[in-house]
Ligand binder design. Structure first.
Ligand SMILES: [Zn+2]
Ligand SMILES: [Zn+2]
Length: 237
């Protein structure tokens, strides 16, 4: 199976890696590597000028150009600019609970579990129903305070709702080499919905590049065929 990594961050958001370095390493390692920097009010790329410079930089290195927006936040560029991307990832990084934002990688105390999970699920379903995303990034990821409750939280019923919504809009489900989600039981259920799957490392440093051991292993164990793996759409000539 071809080695794919479509979730790589660079200096255009919150990583010290240059696009040139990723391109060189991808060539050496023979990986289909896509750049996917944060496109959000919380990162460097929050206005059209920075977005245009980003797309130009990635294009000059002949890599697929994606971007990762924060589900629940407004995307800071218009649809015409988004169309210049080869693919768009959407990831939940915060949810609203009791009128406040709870950031997954922040340091505020966690909300009550049931309210958190419900808000997380509804935010994801709303994005799957209406946003222009191609790939759902690190689905079912849980922030540290909830991580050991993964199996109890991600029931078949909740996962079925997610996978059904992704299938309805042909949104690929990312299998994350960094966060090791979705887990195998949840992915087995996803296979029943005829979904496509995307492979990504979510690398922010050189040592994390192309770390897709978990996705490749679980893809093999579940017998997911290569034609069910997401690849960026070909650009019109
Ligand atoms: Zn993310
Ligand atoms: Zn990311």
């Amino acid at each position: 199976m071809r080695k794919i990594d479509l979730h790589i961050h660079t200096v255009h958001s919150d990583s010290p890696l240059t696009v040139g370095e990723v391109a060189r390493r991808a060539k050496r390692a023979q990986v289909v590597a896509g750049i996917c920097d944060h496109l959000s009010p919380y990162h460097k790329m929050f206005e059209p000028g920075a977005f245009d410079a980003y797309v130009a930089d990635v294009r000059q290195h002949h890599l697929p150009v994606g971007a990762e927006y924060c589900i629940g936040e407004e995307i800071p560029v218009d649809g015409e600019r988004l169309d210049r991307l080869d693919y768009l990832l959407g990831g939940v990084h915060a949810v609203t609970v009791d009128g406040g934002n709870y950031f997954f990688w922040g340091s505020t105390p966690p909300p009550e579990e049931e309210a958190f999970v419900e808000s997380y699920l509804q935010a994801t379903l709303a994005a799957l129903a209406a946003d222009p995303l191609d790939v759902l990034a690190h689905p079912t990821y849980l922030p540290a305070p909830f991580a050991d409750r993964y199996e109890e939280i991600w029931t078949d019923e909740r996962c079925a709702a997610l996978w059904e919504a992704a299938a309805a809009r042909d949104v690929a489900v990312e299998i994350s080499g960094r966060w090791l989600v979705p887990r195998e039981r949840q992915l087995r259920l996803a296979c029943d919905f005829g979904l496509t799957f995307a492979v990504g490392s979510d690398a922010h440093r050189a040592a994390e590049l192309f770390n897709v051991a978990y996705p490749l292993a679980v893809i093999e164990r579940l017998g997911i065929p290569e034609e069910r793996l997401f690849l960026p759409r070909p650009r019109p000539a």
